[in-house]
Design a protein around this ligand. Structure first.
Ligand code: PLP
Length: 360
């Protein structure tokens, strides 16, 4: 995608870039609790880059090192979501996703830290329900976990809304995973992450040709908006981990624009500007493709950095494929935002092994 002016308001107001300091000032108006260890490091991957053989310099933004409860992108999200939850006087949190959800693990941990009751509704849909990885951590952080048949997406969201309504009727104050409310707010944390990345690149006098991140939701909305707001001139490649029953670019642009409104940013995105690539999902959500396995192994064996099989190895596989295909000229800089997710490999990471050593 090229970062061009467009979308709502574009005809009436020029969308001049904001500085990182201006973005930070706008974000400072929102309630927020400190969770993540920030800024996360920006590291070069010399051995990995060399193995790709195209003369491209690959950098990694280490959001796997956000620290809180084993790190990942959700530590950034929850700073804002729980800032809002506390401001609203919440005493119980209703959250849900799939069994190995990093989102739910981080939320269980956030609730533990804040003394909030945590109720997790985890969809069993095609999932391994072994108490390991993120599911083990949910229990260790003291969440009340219920495994449900509801499919992730509209069905599970309706279940969570119903549980929240029951709690409200019983006199409680629930904060729950209500996508139109929470996704734009979570996205704001990634507008800030792009401000952080912009300053790190500027400090090294680097200009990136592309950013890669695993997302079909809040993180991608924030990265796309942050890139537009800060005047990033390269590509923003959102590599989707799963299909959703809606048009992903439209939803992401919508969430990004809601986040922009909330921040008072003049910048807006249209669906046509969102490069959400669904071609790396196969063979399915949480199932490893040969390309993802190879990307995982390259990063682990050349740089001693782990990715996960559900999200980040697939986004890295897209980067590897694009670099090898000559999409960027030699000397270009490409940034991979590592959004974490490592705990899941302790539940079903055997897929990342070569067939010769794979016990399954
Ligand atoms: C490790 C990891 N990366 C990326 C994502 C995608 O984030 P988002 O839902 O904000 O698009 C997730 C979501 O669960 C995740 O756990």
């Amino acid at each position: 995608m090229s970062i061009v002016d467009g979308g709502i308001g574009a005809t009436t107001r020029p969308q001049a870039p904001w500085t990182a300091a201006e973005v930070r000032q706008a974000v400072a108006e929102l309630p927020r609790i400190p969770l993540a260890h920030l800024p996360t490091p920006l590291e070069e991957l010399p051995r990995f880059s060399q193995r790709l053989g195209a003369g491209v310099r690959v950098f990694i933004k280490r959001d796997d090192c956000t620290g809180f409860a084993l790190g990942g992108n959700k530590s950034r999200h929850n700073e804002f979501l729980f800032g809002e939850a506390l401001e609203q006087g919440a005493d119980v949190v209703v959250w849900g996703a799939l069994v190995q959800s990093n989102n739910c693990r981080t939320t269980a941990a956030t609730c533990a830290k804040l003394g909030l009751e945590c109720r997790l509704y985890l969809s069993k849909w095609n999932q391994n329900t072994i108490v390991a990885g993120n599911l083990l951590l949910d229990h260790l952080f003291g969440a009340q976990v219920e495994l449900v048949d509801a499919k992730i997406g509209p069905e599970l969201n309706a279940l969570m809304a119903a549980k929240a309504a029951e709690l409200r009727n019983a006199g409680r104050s629930p904060y729950f995973w209500d996508p139109p409310q929470v996704v734009p707010l979570a996205a704001i944390s990634y507008v800030l992450a792009i401000a952080e990345l912009t300053e790190q690149l500027q400090a090294r006098q680097l200009e990136a040709s592309a950013i890669y991140v695993s997302s079909a939701g809040a993180t991608g909305a924030g990265v796309a908006l942050g890139a537009k707001a800060l005047g990033f001139r390269g590509l923003v490649r959102l590599i989707c981990p799963m299909h959703w029953p809606w048009h992903i670019p439209t939803r992401i642009a919508d969430d990004a624009n809601k986040a922009a409104e909330r921040l008072g940013l003049p910048h807006r995105l249209s669906a046509a500007e969102i490069d959400a690539d669904e071609s790396y999902i196969a063979p399915g959500y949480g199932l490893v493709s040969p390309a993802a396995r190879e990307a995982f192994q390259l990063l682990a064996r050349e740089e001693a950095i782990l990715t996960d099989h559900v999200y980040t190895a697939k986004a890295l596989a897209a980067l590897v494929a694009d670099v090898r295909a000559g999409r960027y000229p030699p000397g270009s800089v490409v940034v991979f935002i590592h959004t974490g997710g490592i705990p899941a490999i302790f539940a079903d990471g055997h897929q990342l092994l070569d067939d010769a050593v794979n016990p399954v």
